[in-house]
Design a protein around this ligand. Structure first.
Ligand SMILES: C=CC1=C(C)c2cc3[nH]c(cc4nc(cc5[nH]c(cc1n2)c(C)c5CCC(=O)O)C(CCC(=O)O)=C4C)c(C)c3C=C
Ligand SMILES: [Fe+2]
Ligand SMILES: [Fe+2]
Length: 364
């Protein structure tokens, strides 16, 4: 209707109405721009000031954060990031992988649903910024946007804050796009299959068989579970479904939580303690997967594959393997594209009819 009016009496200085396109915005956590003290400090300050992540009294917390934590942590974390940094592209692996995922998801979705889909990616902390990405999608004509947080398990400090952040941008827009948010996918059969198959494939390449597989998830303060966050239960279900899909016994697949921060009790068992305990109990061959991370990052490449390996070997373990995340593998990007296609339902023609339309158009 608006377009018809414009043809008749659009004033000369009237802004051009946008072409209607669909946006898919992949959202991930965020990562520092460099491993130096100031880059690390900027990243940690934004991250650790998020009240979805740390919900202590803000006056007390900001005092502690700015006087103690941001003095020491940037150096320590910067050293850890340096060991896994993508020096070719001068960025962290999380950024490289998320960009690759978005590029390949774009290719799959345009193949399935046509050219009017724009796929972009953004971070909750740091760059590329979520607000810039939303404005950019609008500038490209996206009047409908699907936000897809790349966290299989829902938690307030990840999924909720990613969507909160996008909504804060919408609050500032005169003409808001229509928004959908993709749900978590912790028990989605496509996800369980993709992770299980990648584990199976990885283990098949070894000349040894693990006695135990640890499925390690990022931790949370236990208090968040007690206050109603479903993350713990979703991780437990993911771990069980992977075990069932692999056909392993309950004793051979363990659930654990890593990356503790601060003195509070976090979800247990702790991954570092479990690794050591297993080695001390006589387990010699250990595999670790991190199904809660859609992309490899500091917490998997350094904490699991470096620190975890060293701890296992120091406690008497002999064979250790870290199974990479789905990343931008065919399985990984197809999973994200499938989740997006499902959530775009009603906004796009189903894949088969879009393909048929293109074939008809080509046939002339
Ligand atoms: C109270 C602090 C933290 C909570 C709660 C938390 C939850 C949480 N985090 C992820 C995923 C990632 N976290 C990453 C790094 C990271 N996490 C925290 C703290 C909390 N996370 C810190 C301080 C850091 C920075 C590194 C460090 O100084 O230790 C990353 C890696 C990012 C990268 O650049 O590689 C990811 C991914 C989840 C899924 C989660 C809750 C479920
Ligand atoms: Fe974290
Ligand atoms: Fe639970």
């Amino acid at each position: 209707m608006a377009e018809v009016i414009h043809q008749v009496d659009k004033p000369a200085d009237h802004p051009e109405p946008p072409r209607h396109k669909l946006g898919v915005l992949l959202l991930n956590l965020g990562t520092p721009e460099g491993t130096d003290y100031f880059s690390m400090r900027r990243y940690l300050k934004e991250f650790l000031s998020d009240r979805r992540v740390i919900d202590y009294n803000p006056i007390f917390w900001q005092l502690l954060l700015n006087t103690v934590i941001l003095t020491t942590r940037p150096k320590k974390s910067g050293r850890a990031y340096h060991t896994i940094w993508n020096h070719d592209q001068n960025e962290s692996p999380l950024k490289t992988i998320t960009r690759d995922q978005a590029q390949q998801v774009h290719d799959i979705l345009t193949e399935r649903h046509g050219e009017d889909i724009v796929v972009d990616w953004a971070m909750r902390y740091g760059y590329p910024r979520t607000d810039d990405a939303i404005r950019d999608l609008q500038d490209k004509g996206c009047t409908r946007i699907l936000l897809l947080a790349l966290y299989p398990q829902y938690s307030a400090p990840t999924t909720a804050t990613a969507y909160d952040h996008a909504f804060r941008t919408l609050m500032k827009l005169r003409w808001q796009p229509t928004i959908r948010t993709a749900p978590c996918y912790h028990d989605e059969p496509r996800y369980i299959d993709a992770v299980s198959e990648s584990i199976r494939e990885h283990l098949a390449q070894l000349d040894w068989t693990p006695e135990v597989l640890i499925t390690s998830f990022h931790g949370l303060p236990k208090r968040y579970l007690l206050n109603g966050d479903p993350y713990h239960c979703q991780c437990a279900k993911t771990s069980r479904l992977i075990r069932e899909r692999l056909g392993w016994s309950p004793d051979s697949v363990k659930l654990s939580f890593q990356s503790r921060f601060g003195p509070e009790e976090w979800l247990k068992p702790y991954t570092d303690e479990l690794i050591e305990e297993l080695a001390k109990q006589g387990v010699k061959r250990l595999a670790i997967a991190a199904p809660g991370f859609s992309a490899d990052c500091l917490e998997t490449l350094e904490e699991l594959n470096v620190q975890g390996r060293e701890a296992f070997e120091a406690a008497g373990g002999e064979h250790f393997t870290y199974i990479p995340c789905l990343n931008a593998s065919d399985r990984g990007v197809r999973l994200i594209a499938d989740l997006a296609s499902r959530e775009l339902s009603g906004w796009v023609a189903p894949a088969e009819s879009a393909a048929a339309e293109r074939a008809l158009a080509m046939a002339g």
